[in-house]
Design a binder for this molecule. Structure first.
Ligand code: PML
Length: 226
């Protein structure tokens, strides 16, 4: 298997990214589709695009996909189900709405909203994963479900909030292992580059182990019943 990664930018500002793990025969097609995705983007004119192909040498860890719900629930109601307070949610929003361009997720204490990772503007990234699923959702949604499944299926993770930083993509999600992946329409106004991922965790979570799980371990997200 091979890991394929793409990222594009304009004057070092993130424009687009994508990744998967595939077999040798699929590499050409995936490179082309990632190139098209990264090079022609509504976020702006690309002046740098990087495509990386790397052999995966260790076995893939299987992760069950979260169930997906399109019921447009209220974030505050969903947060309440996992005992996240409005104050903590408000702190998460302040990271999503600040003018920093975090390339990965911010990790907050579910208890008091304090930031726990020390990665500054980088954040924690979910990498080295593929999605092997029968879902009929488009690539963007499939990608988001795969990332949310990796993020949430780790002991000590309480929930995740995600808002796209794409100018005109206004559907976000709130995910937890217990209640699944909830798509939320109009989570932000159109025309805004604000966005990001915030992960709420128990204070006892081992951050080094979690970071290794998200960033290094090769992962394969599978349908819950397969
Ligand atoms: C992104 O593409 O930047 C994140 C998208 C999150 C929402 C995906 C969905 O529509 O369910």
């Amino acid at each position: 298997m091979y890991s394929i990664k793409m990222r594009s930018s304009q004057q070092n500002e993130h424009i687009s990214g994508a990744e998967t793990i595939c077999c040798k025969a699929e590499i050409d097609d995936i490179l082309l589709s990632f190139f098209k995705k990264g090079f022609n983007h509504e976020n702006g004119e690309v002046d740098f695009l990087n495509l990386k192909v790397e052999k995966v040498t260790s076995p893939l860890t299987a992760i069950q996909s979260l169930p997906i719900y399109d019921n447009n629930n209220n974030i505050y109601d969903l947060a309440l189900q996992v005992n996240l307070s409005q104050d903590v949610l408000q702190k998460a929003w302040s990271y999503i709405e600040d003018n920093n361009n975090y390339s990965g997720a911010i990790i907050l204490s579910a208890n008091n909203g304090q930031r726990l990772d020390d990665t500054d503007l980088r954040g924690i990234r979910v990498t080295n994963f593929m999605f092997d699923s029968q879902h009929n959702y488009n690539d963007r949604v499939q990608d988001a479900i795969a990332i949310a499944s990796c993020i949430n299926r780790f002991t000590g993770v309480i929930a995740e909030l995600c808002v796209s930083d794409d100018l005109n993509y206004t559907t976000g999600y709130f995910a937890t292992t217990s209640s699944g992946y909830h798509r939320i329409k109009n989570i932000k106004q159109t025309g805004s580059r604000h966005g990001g991922r915030v992960i709420f965790v128990d204070d006892t979570l081992n951050l080094d182990a979690y970071r290794n799980f998200l960033e290094t371990l090769p992962k394969k997200v599978i349908d819950a019943k397969s």
